[in-house]
Every structure is written in C-alpha cells, then in structure tokens.
Design a protein around this ligand. Structure first.
Ligand code: GRF
Length: 215
C-alpha cells in the first residue's frame, strides 16, 4: 500500500477532503502522518479527529530552511513515506528535501498554472479579468508553483464574483481534484515522464477507465 504524508500550514480543508475520502474507503493508501509548521494549524486537529498521527514542527524553531527541511525529511522517512502531499503548506521546500522524494512531492494551487502563481491567485484572476480560472495539482520542482502538471479543473469566473465567492468555488474544485489525484497515486496511475534534453518533464495521469481498458 502506498504510504504518504501530508504537510499543511492552516485550515486544512483539503486535508479534510482526503480524510473523508479515506473514511469512505475511496483511497487505498496509508496516510502515515500529518505535519504542520504552525502550532495553530487546524489541519492538526482534523488529523487527530480522524485518528491520524499529527505533529507540529514549527519552522521558527530552526536556524535555517535547510535545518527545518532536514527535520521534515527525517520525520517523514521514519514513517517510511513514499509520497508527500502539500495541502496548503506555505513554505518553499529546498532541493535537499525534494531530492529525498524525487518526483513524489505534490502541490495544489488555486489557478490554472502557469497562470497566476504565488499568493492571492483568486484576486490575480479577478484583477486580470479572466473568464475561466481553476486549480492545478502538480509535482513540485524547485521554484514556486512550477513542476509538471498532474491534473487541472476549470472554474468559471462570474461577473459578480469577489475574491471570497471565487475562492469558495475554487476550494470546492480543489477538494475534488486533490482527492482524485491522491486516489490515482495510491493506485499507481500517476507516471512521471522525464523530458528529453531541453524539454519539460511531464506527468501522465491515467484515468481509471484507461487502466481498466474502458473507453
Ligand atoms: C489551497 O487553496 C491551496 O491551493 C493553497 O492553500 C490553500 C489551502 O487550503 N496552496 P486548506 O488549508 O486546505 O483549506
């Protein structure tokens, strides 16, 4: 069974979507540990409520980014984690961390990347005036919100949207998409495709029907 860990910093509604899908028997994986870098992260409570191991590792307790990441790595490795899911984890990870889980760190972002990376993706979409935005689940590479796309879902922008209303629909889309991808990872349906020299690496996400030979 695929073993994975979740890193979060705040509310943890995406973690909750994973926990709910696991409770419903929809994800055939083993969530070994949830780690938050903020003691107040609601994600920790959500993990505990679901009977999962939850640990706070405050980044402020570490002198450097490298030292903090090394602690994350040793904690995840002690749980024999194969994949790491960033569900609202607001810290950039170092190369040292990423090298320990090559092409097995997954992030979620509330825009159709490469559009609107970074913070306030919903407001960025409104400011630009796009009519369609969405969310992206991608592998993490060095750099912010970059790395091969695993899956995306589109969300229409309404004329009367403000940031709150748009983000609320984006969050709903994120919950579904992240669960779909975690399910796929646990069923070995997410394949990393290294790029030829000078080309981007890509990900093939096999939908269930193609695995079963369906249409
Ligand atoms: C999500 O919008 C995610 O895309 C971003 O952080 C947010 C986390 O939300 N990276 P939650 O903590 O899962 O509710």
């Amino acid at each position: 069974m695929v073993r994975f860990g979740v890193l979060a910093s705040g509310n943890g509604s995406n973690l909750q979507a994973i926990l709910d899908a696991m409770a419903a028997g929809e994800i055939a994986g083993d969530l070994r540990i949830v780690i938050a870098n903020q003691p107040t992260a609601k994600a920790l409570q959500r993990a505990e409520n679901a009977g999962k191991k939850a640990l706070c590792i405050p980044h402020r307790d570490y002198a450097s980014r490298a030292a903090f990441d090394a602690k994350l790595v040793s904690t995840l490795k002690a749980e024999q984690v194969d994949w790491v899911i960033l569900a609202g984890f607001m810290r950039l990870l170092t190369k040292g961390f990423l090298d320990e889980f090559p092409n097995r760190v997954v992030n979620l972002h509330p825009s159709l990347l490469p559009a609107f990376p970074g913070v306030n993706a919903g407001q960025q979409a409104l400011d630009y005036g796009v009519k369609l935005t969405g969310c992206t689940v991608h592998l993490v590479s060095e750099g912010m919100d970059s790395g091969p796309v695993i899956a995306q879902a589109a969300v229409r922008v309404r004329d009367d949207d403000d940031e709150q209303s748009l983000m609320s629909r984006l969050h709903q889309a994120e919950h579904q998409l992240l669960v779909e991808v975690v399910k796929g990872i646990c069923e070995s349906r997410v394949e990393f495709r290294p790029g030829a020299p000078g080309e981007r690496a890509k990900v093939r996400f096999l939908r269930r029907s193609s695995v079963n030979g369906g249409p």
